[in-house]
Each structure stands twice: as structure tokens, then as C-alpha cells.
Design a protein around this ligand. Structure first.
Ligand SMILES: [Ca+2]
Length: 283
């Protein structure tokens, strides 16, 4: 079950892996000013972004959005940031949220332009943190009926509207915003599990794990590395590609945020070779 790791070198390269569809985990910011350079206030509205360290969803930092609606301010307020990377295969939006129990509405926009976007609404009930997963199918276009052209998305907007509640102020905390892979995406069958000279994958560690796990992988030649994660029911829940990874050893890390305990499978594919490793998430 556990593969030998005898071919691994101890001086494994440390490489920061940009996950598929990652939007923002707020870890890179050092100040409110840094954060506000990425997350800008919707023009004319009473919203402000703060680096939140008291109640982060994962890691050290989250983002707190303070807002005021009505009473001389507009009945909506919001923040937005640019989207980057290849979004052509995204299937759902996931984020960690601490709502303010205001009963107002979180209005999320995936924008192609300021006037062409898709939106999903969520009522801000309760104050317990939650991990929300909103499939793209649940986003409605503001014009027409077409599904989002994900490859053309340029910004994500987080807006609050009065909805069925009242005017006033509140604050929301966001963390770990990401896109998940399209579960319905047509994928090529995995290549056979053969390991040529120079290609090796170590056991998952830590295992069991509570927050993050990973493994060492050695590539005989440089190329793209495709990572896929399957849940205990065998469903693909995350996929990302690391382009142009050089030959040699690398450590791959996976953060299992917002997921239940169980046996998960991490699969790595590169250069026509594939290996999968089981890992046990224990909350
Ligand atoms: Ca974070």
C-alpha cells in the first residue's frame, strides 16, 4: 500500500504550488493597504477591507469586509478583485464565510465586464462560520440566458444588499476563496500505474492528517504535473495543474479545507505516468 521512498533525495525542492482555481487565501498580504491594492471598493459604496487575523478560516489571515447600507449610503456595498489563471474548467465557487446574522443578502458576481456578469445570492443568516460551495449552475446571468463563459471572467465581486432585512452596518469575514474543478468535465482515463526509472511518488504524509498532507514526487523530465483529488465516494473534488515543472524532486501539498473526515485519494499525472496515494482526513 505504501510505496517505497528510497529513491527520494532529502533535499527536496520546495515549490509553492498554485492550486487550480485559487482566488485568494489572504496569506500573502502584510497590511490592510496590501489587501486593498487587490480588493478594491465598489465605487461609491460604503465598504472597506481589513486583514483579519482573529478569526481566519485557514492559515493566518482572512479578509473582513465592513459595510454600511442605507441611511445616506447606497443600499448595496461591495469589494472586488481581478481573477487570474485558466478558469476554463471551473465548476463551482467555494469559500469560507463568517456571516453577520444580519439577514441581508450576499450578492456574488462573476464578471466578464461591469455590465455583463453572473450572480448568486446568499442570505446572511447566523454567525457560525461556514464553507459555501456554489456550483456555476446556480449563478444567473444579468443579461441573456447563457451559462458563464468561465474563460472570459475577469473579476469577482462580493456585494451586500439590504435584501429582506434593514439598513445598517455589519461585517463579514471571507477566507479560502477558490474555484473547484468541473465535476462533469470530460477527462482522459488515467495512464497505467507504471513507474519508469526516475519517476517516483512517496507515501502521503502526514497520514492521517488534520489540515494538510502531501507527498514527494520525482519527475524524470520536466513537464506539466496534473493533480486530482477524489473524495471518499470516488468523486473528483479538486484538480489543478502545475505547468512546466522541472525534472527532479518536488513536494506536493494539499490543504483539505471544508471537507469531512474520510479516505481521500490524491493522484499525480505527468509525462504519461500516474500514481495515486490514499490519505485519511481526521477532523
Ligand atoms: Ca487564509
Amino acid at each position: 500500500m505504501i510505496a517505497s521512498s528510497e529513491n527520494l533525495e532529502p533535499d527536496t525542492l520546495g515549490i509553492v504550488i498554485q492550486k487550480f482555481g485559487s482566488i485568494d487565501d489572504f496569506e500573502e498580504y502584510g497590511s490592510d493597504g496590501d489587501l486593498r491594492a487587490a480588493w478594491t471598493v465598489r465605487q461609491g459604496t460604503a465598504a472597506a477591507a481589513f486583514l483579519e487575523t482573529a478569526v481566519p478560516g485557514e492559515g493566518r489571515n482572512a479578509m473582513r469586509m465592513e459595510y454600511t447600507l442605507g441611511g445616506g449610503s447606497p443600499s448595496y456595498a461591495g469589494l472586488s478583485r481581478p481573477l487570474t489563471g485558466d478558469l476554463s474548467r471551473i465548476g463551482a465557487l467555494r469559500f469560507w464565510l463568517k456571516p453577520d446574522g444580519s439577514g441581508r443578502t450576499l450578492h456574488i458576481r462573476l464578471q466578464e465586464t461591469d455590465t455583463k456578469y453572473w450572480y448568486a445570492d446568499r442570505v446572511l443568516n447566523g454567525t457560525d462560520p461556514e464553507t459555501a460551495t456554489i456550483p456555476l449552475e446556480a449563478f444567473a446571468p444579468n443579461v441573456g440566458t447563457a451559462r458563464p463563459n468561465t474563460a472570459a471572467l475577469t473579476r469577482i465581486g462580493l456585494n451586500v444588499t439590504i435584501g429582506n432585512a434593514g439598513s445598517g452596518s455589519g461585517s463579514l469575514v471571507f477566507d479560502d476563496m477558490k474555484f473547484l474543478a468541473a465535476a462533469s468535465a470530460v477527462r482522459n482515463p488515467a495512464p497505467p500505474e507504471v513507474e519508469p526509472a526516475g519517476f517516483s511518488v512517496g507515501p502521503a504524509y502526514p497520514n492521517p492528517f488534520n489540515t494538510a498532507t502531501g507527498f514527494e514526487i520525482r519527475l524524470p523530465e520536466g513537464g506539466d504535473l496534473a493533480m486530482t483529488v477524489f473524495d471518499p465516494l470516488g468523486r473528483e473534488i479538486e484538480a489543478w495543474t502545475v505547468p512546466n515543472l522541472p525534472a527532479g524532486p518536488h513536494r506536493i501539498r494539499w490543504v483539505a479545507d471544508g471537507l469531512a473526515s474520510g479516505v481521500y485519494v490524491l493522484r499525480a499525472e505527468s509525462g504519461g505516468f500516474s500514481r495515486a496515494r490514499k490519505c485519511v482526513l481526521m477532523r
